[in-house]
Design a binder for this molecule. Structure first.
Ligand SMILES: [Mn+2]
Length: 332
């Protein structure tokens, strides 16, 4: 992508004065980090800014400085809406009144499936995190960056790379992390501790229940775990607190895909997908109306928990049967 996409967004940020900033539903570290970095910097530039999280502050990222400035509702009547880390406009979680005076929509994202639904688009699939794009944007536009913003960018990048473990952890990402640490005194151990070692008691107990459901397919290609309403009633926690559970399914030796079925409401099942090797789970999740990245994706299916599990598992089994057949054919 050329620098002209950056220039267009920078021009919008300089020109207008009232900004509403939003991110995707059930925000993760990248969504929240990008939102705070963008919002705090514009605020320091003297703009009127509101950072809107209709679901409230996510528990896991309550430690980020500036998160107390976010609000559940909008009352700004913005000239510009900035949409962060949303592959589709339908994933943007903002109250509808934000759009009543037809603000300019700026779409900043790194999902490969983002087709550019904004009036101005900055979509860079090579970026490890949307926070990385926001940081580059703020630098190029010479917008203020302080330690709170650096912390948000670090949280965005570290969580979207699985703390520098996933395949999107490039040299560029590590240099950027190093810059944040050197220039702004961000403490990697402090951020990791907040994200991984400050779990609520319920969240760790619930993980135990979920882990006890772990199963593996007969061909050892994929494994899955289940969370039902009963478990959630016993240990009520927010969805963002179980963000990392799915990685346990994917961590089983030899397994290529890990799945986590969450019955978030009766009749509604949210599925998290993770993969190793060369399997693009976003393509599998798309089949069920979801999406995401090659190694991490999600979808939501309506139906009873057992029906949804059956449907998805037989689809995944078929996928592996087919790819096994294809590889055999290729050897012929
Ligand atoms: Mn992201």
């Amino acid at each position: 992508m050329s620098s002209s996409s950056f220039d267009k967004v920078i021009a919008v940020l300089k020109k207008y004065n009232r900004f509403t900033i939003g991110c995707h539903i059930h925000p993760d570290g990248d969504a929240i980090g990008s939102l705070l970095a963008m919002g705090l910097s514009l605020e320091m530039s003297g703009k009127l800014v509101e950072m809107v999280l209709p679901e409230g502050e996510p528990v896991t990222f309550g430690f980020l400085p500036g998160v107390e400035k976010t609000k559940r509702i909008s009352n700004l009547d913005p000239e510009v809406v900035i949409c962060l880390d949303c592959a589709e406009k339908s994933r943007l979680q903002l109250p509808s009144e934000v759009f009543s005076s037809e603000p300019l929509l700026v779409n900043i994202d790194h999902h490969i499936s983002n087709f550019g639904f904004g009036d101005v688009n900055l979509v860079l699939p090579d970026a490890a995190a949307t926070g990385q794009i926001v940081y580059e944007l703020l630098n190029l536009g010479e917008f203020p960056i302080d330690s709170r913003i650096a912390m948000s960018v670090y949280a965005a990048i570290s969580t979207d790379t699985g703390f520098f473990r996933y395949s999107n952890t490039t040299g560029k990402v590590l240099s950027l992390a190093s810059e944040l640490v050197n220039k702004f005194r961000i403490s990697p151990s402090e951020v990791a501790e907040w994200v991984y070692e400050e779990k609520s008691f319920s969240s760790v107990r619930l993980l135990g229940e979920v882990l006890s459901t772990l199963k593996i397919s007969e061909d050892n290609q994929f494994s899955w775990m289940i969370l039902d309403q009963q478990m959630l009633k016993k240990y009520p926690i927010e969805l963002d607190e179980m963000e990392n559970y799915v990685n346990y399914a994917n961590s089983v030796q030899g397994v290529k895909v890990g799945l986590f079925f969450k019955e978030i409401k009766p009749g509604e099942v949210k599925i998290s997908w993770r993969s190793k090797a060369n399997i693009d789970v976003s393509r599998l999740a798309v089949h069920f109306g979801g999406g995401g990245h090659a190694r991490a994706a999600g979808c939501l299916i309506k139906g009873s928990l057992p029906d949804v599990i059956n449907e998805v598992l037989s689809f995944v089994q078929q996928y592996f049967n087919q790819s096994f057949k294809d590889s055999k054919d290729a050897q012929k």
